[in-house]
Write a protein that binds this ligand. Structure first.
Ligand code: URA
Length: 507
């Protein structure tokens, strides 16, 4: 019995080299036992491999090279003929977890030299078995491309995007090129129970197994992905069986969005019905404001309340679908809040502006940039707070092609209050900071001035008793004359700092 040891489970080059040498030496398949060096202590392959195990010198028992054929072997056969289609098939099939794959493929190779009709025999058992292995590997590779989910992990060199995946076969290294091309500018790593690969922006590194616990599960990237997933979920097109076919359940435990499926499915019929009843939208035509009653205490998604991140993503999807007031029917899209549940401080603005409406993110226009500067000066990380608005759609009047900001009225604030209350209930901030009078009124239910919070912040009664710090809206600072703005700036930053320190927000 000839024992052949490959360097590792994916040593396809080693298999090719050894198979070619064995073939040239005329060693028949039943005389060869294949194994993987690293797997010796784990699960040895069944069958003849056992006979090879005891010798400590096994690793040295390399098969003969092309030039050196050991004595006693049958007469050498002519140079092997290997069809290209076999090599392609073998490259995939060799990545299967089946311990018998090396022997199967060598047997096929051996038979290809001797059975001229084998290549065209679609029913040959060895061909079929090898094809089944290759197909399973292709499926696994496809699933890896589709179901790897990266999470953001802070490192001293900047964020690294890490993912945990459990491939069925030895497919990780074969997909490195795909992820490298796709995410060339990111620093990323994919960990599996067997091996890992990491890209540092310049080079790929292959490593050993890692632990699933190393992957963060509550990062901002995941929150954004859940929000996106919930917002593209179409309740009118729900087909759970088809969904499970494309996204097999065995992958669900590593897919953050899987936990949204049950609550989204549960709410689908109700949402689809509301979609059907809703009047069609006519762009840029003013309509009468219709205000839905606010139900802050009811909660839109009680089934998801055990998981605030998932519930928040679903609330965001509901916000996206809301047309309870004229703004909702006029704007490009709704702009929900941004940040993670548990953020100690929630900043509430008035309504999205032109840029926010186009980009779908709160505070990204000129006012947002000023706020970013103030947050930085106050030592507050934007990612550590939850940023939202009292009204979720951009309200404007058209002046030619220009969209001029229109301050939301009490009706819009009321229509959106259910969403703001949902966000507060799910994020559970210890402090609220109202940016401007609209936000203060939305949070407190009464009109208050910026100076109201100076003698101690008012509390939200009868809602939840939370303290509401009140300060200027960034647009108010933008409108101030330069010297006034300079004086107000220091006070504004101090207000942010006070709210943050009282809420113990992470800096
Ligand atoms: N003004 C706001 O109140 N909110 C935004 O998101 C942007 C500008």
């Amino acid at each position: 019995m000839r024992c052949v040891w490959l360097a590792d489970e994916t040593d396809t080059a080693g298999w090719r080299r050894e198979a070619r040498a064995l073939l040239r030496a005329g060693v028949s398949p039943h005389e060869v036992s294949w194994g993987v060096a690293g797997a010796l202590g784990d699960a040895p392959a069944a069958g003849p491999l056992r006979a090879c195990e005891p010798s400590p010198g096994l690793f040295d028992a390399a098969p003969p090279s092309d030039d050196e054929v050991p004595a006693g072997t049958p007469a050498a056969v002519p140079a092997p003929r290997v069809p290209a289609s076999f090599l392609t098939l073998a490259d995939s099939a060799l990545l299967h977890r089946d311990a018998g794959r090396f022997a199967l493929l060598y047997r096929l190779l051996w038979r290809l030299q001797r059975e001229p009709g084998l290549r065209g025999d679609p029913l040959d058992a060895d061909w079929l078995a090898a094809q089944a292995l290759a197909q399973a590997v292709h499926r696994d590779q496809h699933k890896m491309r589709a179901f790897v989910r990266f999470h953001e992990r802070p490192t001293p060199e900047g964020p690294q995007y890490v993912a945990w995946f459990e491939p069925e076969h030895h497919t990780l290294a074969s997909q490195a090129g795909f992820f490298q091309r796709r995410f060339a500018r990111m620093r990323w790593a994919i960990f599996t129970p067997d091996t890992s690969i990491a890209w540092d922006g310049h080079r790929l590194h292959h490593g050993g197994p890692d632990r699933r616990e190393e992957i963060p599960t509550d990062d901002a990237t995941q929150a954004l992905w859940l929000t996106y997933y919930a917002s593209i979920f179409n309740p009118a097109r729900l087909k759970l069986a088809t969904m499970a076919q494309h996204m097999p359940r065995k992958y669900w435990h590593n897919l953050p969005e899987a936990r949204l499926i049950a609550p989204l499915a549960a709410a689908a019929a109700q949402r689809a019905e509301a979609m059907v009843k809703r009047p069609g939208t006519v762009p840029h035509r003013r309509r009468a404001v219709c205000v839905e009653p606010a139900h802050p205490s009811r909660g839109v998604m009680p089934a998801a309340s055990a998981d605030p991140l998932a519930a928040l993503a679903i609330v965001h999807a509901h916000i996206q679908a809301c047309t309870a007031c004229a703004h909702g029917r006029q704007a490009t899209q709704a702009v929900a809040g941004e940040g993670a549940p548990g953020a100690a401080l929630m900043l509430v603005g008035e309504q999205p502006g032109d840029q926010e409406d186009l980009q779908g993110r709160a505070f990204v226009g000129p006012a947002g940039q000023l706020l970013d500067r103030a947050l930085a000066e106050a030592g507050i990380a934007r990612e550590a707070v939850y940023l939202t608005n009292a009204v979720k759609h951009f309200g404007f009047t058209l002046r030619g092609t220009r969209r001029l900001h229109k301050t939301p009225g009490q009706q819009e604030v009321l229509a959106c209050s259910r969403w703001l209350e949902e966000e507060i209930a799910l994020v559970q901030p210890t402090r609220l900071l109202a940016l401007g009078a609209t936000a203060a009124r939305a949070l407190l239910g009464v009109t208050v001035s910026v100076s109201a919070s100076r003698g101690g912040p008012p509390r939200r009664r009868p809602q939840d008793g939370r303290e509401v710090h009140v300060t200027w809206h960034p647009a108010a600072l933008l409108r101030m004359p330069p010297d006034e703005r300079e004086r107000a700036w220091a006070r504004w930053v101090a207000d942010l700092r006070t709210a943050a320190s009282e809420s113990s927000v992470a800096r």
